[in-house]
Design a protein around this ligand. Structure first.
Ligand code: SF4
Length: 296
């Protein structure tokens, strides 16, 4: 089968840095043991399993503060998604050694929120409920930052200030946020908009839509909990108008998807290890050999 290898795809620099930080800690005998990661370092089970082989324990659950209560000693690594100041304070209070793997792009949003709130702004934060990144960012100023997912959430807001700013989770798509931002502008024309979708996310989405136009089908390799992976599927379906499926690995490919397909484009979320994506590409290319082999 003809396979288009979408670029850029896969690991972003934030993820690469976070994984390297964790592995360096595991290799350094002076780092206090045990070593925990507060949540999945990135939303990919294969990465989590690999870190477990290095002796790193990933604690999983929706609330970072609650997870921290499971740790009595040693080291905690904060994930690329960032954590709230309350989590950092509690870790210090417990005397834990902390390693902060927050992506610099996420850190920039936290700094923006701190600056705007100190100037008296109310912040409308567009993000996904229950995802660790909004939890960390909102934790910078819980009384002044308001999470919205939809235009209906905007309609339900009652903000106690004329100074209003809008910002976003880094892994959304600009197409996702457009409708919500339009709703904010309609209700609060004075609102200042700070789009914080990171460059890595944006470039992967634009490339996926662009290459989908040359393909009959798009496969997106990534974990079901990876927000940027799910957004890639969505932008291809909505904007590329092509069928697109998320898969964890080769094992998830449903042969029925491939019926009548001549060209398939393959991309991957920014938390997906490249060996998984390469295995998918190899499988699809080989499939072509099998299909076109004489006598078959
Ligand atoms: S997707 Fe963007 S914000 Fe998230 S870790 Fe990667 S570069 Fe950083």
């Amino acid at each position: 089968m003809d396979v288009i290898k979408v670029t850029p795809r896969g690991y972003c620099y934030g993820v690469v840095d976070a994984i390297q930080l964790a592995k360096r800690a595991a290799a350094d005998p002076s780092v206090p043991r045990p070593i925990y990661i507060l949540g999945q370092i990135v939303h990919n089970q294969h990465v989590v399993d690999d870190l477990a082989r290095h002796g790193i324990i990933s604690l999983d659950g929706p609330n970072r503060l609650a997870l921290l209560e499971q740790v009595e000693r040693g080291t905690v690594i904060f994930t690329a998604h960032g954590v709230s100041p309350a989590v950092k304070a509690r870790a210090a209070e417990k005397g834990l050694h902390c390693i902060d793997a927050t992506c610099p792009d996420v850190e920039r949003t936290h700094a923006l929120i701190r600056r705007l709130v100190s100037q008296g702004y109310q912040i409308i934060y567009i993000g996904k409920r229950g995802h660790p990144e909004p939890d960390g960012a909102i934790g910078e100023a819980p009384d002044a930052v308001h999470l919205v997912e939809t235009a209906a959430d905007v309609a339900a807001l009652d903000l106690p200030s004329e100074k209003i700013a809008v910002t976003t989770q880094t892994t959304l798509s600009k197409w996702d946020t457009e409708e919500v931002i339009a709703a904010v502008r309609a209700r609060y024309p004075q609102a200042e908009v700070y789009n914080e979708i990171c460059l890595a996310t944006q470039q992967r989405q634009e490339a996926a839509v662009f290459f989908s136009q040359q393909a009959d089908l798009v496969l997106v390799v990534g974990d079901r909990r990876s927000n940027n992976t799910n957004r890639l599927v969505e932008v291809v379906q909505k904007l590329g108008r092509r069928p697109a499926y998320r898969i964890d690995s080769v094992a998830d490919i449903d042969p029925r998807w491939l019926r009548g397909v001549r060209r398939v484009a393959v991309t991957a979320g920014s938390s997906t290890p490249s060996e998984l994506t390469r295995a998918v590409i190899r499988y699809l290319e080989q499939l072509d050999l099998e299909v076109s082999a004489p006598g078959t």
